[in-house]
Design a protein around this ligand. Structure first.
Ligand SMILES: NC(=O)c1ccc[n+]([C@@H]2O[C@H](COP(=O)([O-])OP(=O)(O)OC[C@H]3O[C@@H](n4cnc5c(N)ncnc54)[C@H](OP(=O)(O)O)[C@@H]3O)[C@@H](O)[C@H]2O)c1
Length: 243
């Protein structure tokens, strides 16, 4: 199996790459912007799991480069893990559109752009799978992060449509909905320890979903129930909460 990891410097992506390398002996294309970090990760995974791992430059928001980026991959991947994301600064984004644009670009437009290129190839070949990291933040808008949430919500809807389109070609699309993961994205935030997942736990959940044929996976599992409760709160009440 050859796996393309987009945003492969993400801590969660690193754990997923390790899981697929260990269990499937997957060859890895590790794609992201920080090539030094990526090369270290590639070297580490290659030695630890005795697989091929290659570091490749990829910028999710450089849309016009996506076609050439994908074309350069030989062999073509059997699966893609899309893990790049940008939490951004909600308050800054409220007063500075450039920050809002960065959030939407990194979390939604970049994913749309590159996944359309990949989907066309998988559709033509009738082969492949896509695992994409969205977020429970996309399930209901909250004042503390609704711009990031809106971008992730758009991504979740997009993935649902893509799954619907590719299903008849035997191409799977798995939507990953994490709650909180202990990564560099959340290290500055004060989040409840009991709700946090380690990247390795997320990787286990993703791999289990891959093996079992699930379409949507909440990680950790209890977020499915937390979000069910959050989504069921009437808007009249919800708008008065400080979330
Ligand atoms: N951590 C959480 O609690 C949490 C919760 C819900 C959802 N998620 C989502 O899960 C995914 C993984 O999260 P994480 O916490 O593991 O992330 P992370 O460790 O913060 O890493 C995110 C990575 O995204 C990459 N990235 C950002 N913009 C990019 C761009 N324009 N082009 C290419 N790469 C770009 C960065 O790569 P470079 O370092 O190479 O620049 C960065 O290493 C993200 O999509 C995130 O939104 C995370």
């Amino acid at each position: 199996m050859q796996l393309l990891i987009l945003g492969a410097n993400s801590d969660a992506a690193g754990a997923v790459a390790a899981k697929f390398a260990a269990t499937e002996k997957a060859g890895l294309y590790l794609a992201s912007r920080d090539l030094d970090r990526l090369r270290n990760r590639a070297q580490d995974l290659a030695i630890r799991h005795q697989v091929n791992a290659e570091a490749i430059f990829f910028d999710a928001t450089d849309y016009t480069s996506h076609q050439a980026f994908y074309q350069s991959l030989n062999p073509k991947p059997d699966g893609v893990v899309l893990a790049f994301g940008y939490l951004g600064d909600q308050e800054l984004a409220q007063r500075d559109f450039a920050e809002a644009e960065r959030i939407v670009a990194a979390n939604f437009l970049g994913a749309l752009s590159v996944l359309e290129v990949i989907a066309a190839d998988f559709e033509r070949r009738g082969h492949g799978f896509i695992v994409a990291f969205s977020s429970v933040a996309g399930e209901r808008g909250r004042q503390s992060n609704y711009i990031y949430g809106a971008a992730k919500g758009a991504l979740t809807v997009y993935l649902s449509g893509l799954r619907n389109r590719l299903h008849r070609r035997d191409v799977r699309v798995i939507t990953v909905l994490p709650g909180f993961i202990r990564t560099k994205m959340t290290e500055q935030l004060n989040l409840p320890a009991r709700l946090m997942a380690e990247p390795s736990e997320v990787a286990e959940d993703v791999y289990r979903a891959f093996r079992s044929g699930k379409d949507i996976v909440y990680t950790k599992w209890f977020w499915k129930w937390i979000m069910l409760v959050i989504k069921s709160i009437p808007e009249k009440v919800f708008k008065m909460l400080k979330l």
